[in-house]
Ligand binder design. Structure first.
Ligand code: ZN
Length: 238
């Protein structure tokens, strides 16, 4: 079975800068091409124009990561609906056929699945197998932590050794690949420094390790069966 490769495309760590989009995206696309890997890029709708040139023409999939990257459980229902509809509209206007959605911060308000179907989405990549659970092969080897770049960075230098042999999904943010002012903006300074640990060169090395290890088994979300919106899997947070 393929392993869903998920890349979240948004501004850098909740700031205004777009170094992840401008610097890391073209380099990541080249790395994936070299190893025959493909991904789903979940793009914030406001940035549709920023990614159009690099991602149009495939072989990757583009999905929506909201319109503004606001948490959907912190806005009104009408605002949430607008985020879903307008982000899809803008991404499609930029030339992408959008089937999938991934909630910012993986925060899912009640009724999101119904809103997604109404807005024309086929699946929700914030559901199901992406979160930690004991029996879930999307976790790091032997553990409860999700298999994503954040945990590989935070556990470095152990991280690369914890890459599981089998997995269902691997996720990263473009901004993790950019050195400098890293770490989520809203965190207190010491936590922010911890959260930004290993961003830049070390993150590239870890992603290179994963991409070379799995190669063509890394596929867009729409090619893995667990991701349909009809899934009854419980919502998870990360
Ligand atoms: Zn995000």
């Amino acid at each position: 079975m393929g392993i869903a490769l998920i890349v979240d495309v948004e501004s850098d760590w909740g700031r205004d800068s777009l170094r992840g989009v401008h610097e890391a995206l073209p380099r990541l696309v080249a790395l994936l091409e070299r190893f025959g890997a493909r991904a789903t890029f979940f793009v914030v709708g406001e940035l549709a124009g920023e990614v159009a040139e690099t991602l149009s023409g495939g072989p990757h999939e583009v999905g929506s990561h909201g319109l503004t990257h606001r948490a959907l459980d912190r806005v009104t229902r009408d605002e949430a609906r607008f985020e879903l509809v307008e982000s899809r509209r803008r991404l499609e206007a930029a030339g992408f056929a959008v089937e999938g959605f991934r909630a910012p911060f993986l925060r899912r308000p009640a009724g999101l699945s119904a809103m997604l179907s109404e807005a024309g989405y086929a699946y929700d990549a914030s559901l199901g197998a992406l979160g930690p659970s004991l029996s879930n092969p999307a976790t790091l080897r032997g553990g409860v932590l999700p298999f994503n770049l954040t945990w590989l960075r935070l556990l470095d230098p152990l991280g690369a050794r914890l890459v599981p042999r089998e997995a269902r999904a691997f996720s990263l943010h473009l901004h993790e690949l950019v050195a400098g002012d890293a770490g989520w903006r809203d965190l207190p300074a010491p936590l922010r420094r911890l959260h930004g640990r290993g961003a830049g060169a070390r993150a590239w090395s870890l992603v290179g390790h994963v991409v070379s290890a799995f190669g063509p088994r890394l596929v867009p979300c729409r090619e893995v069966p667990w991701s349909a919106t009809s899934s009854s899997a419980p919502a998870r947070r990360a």
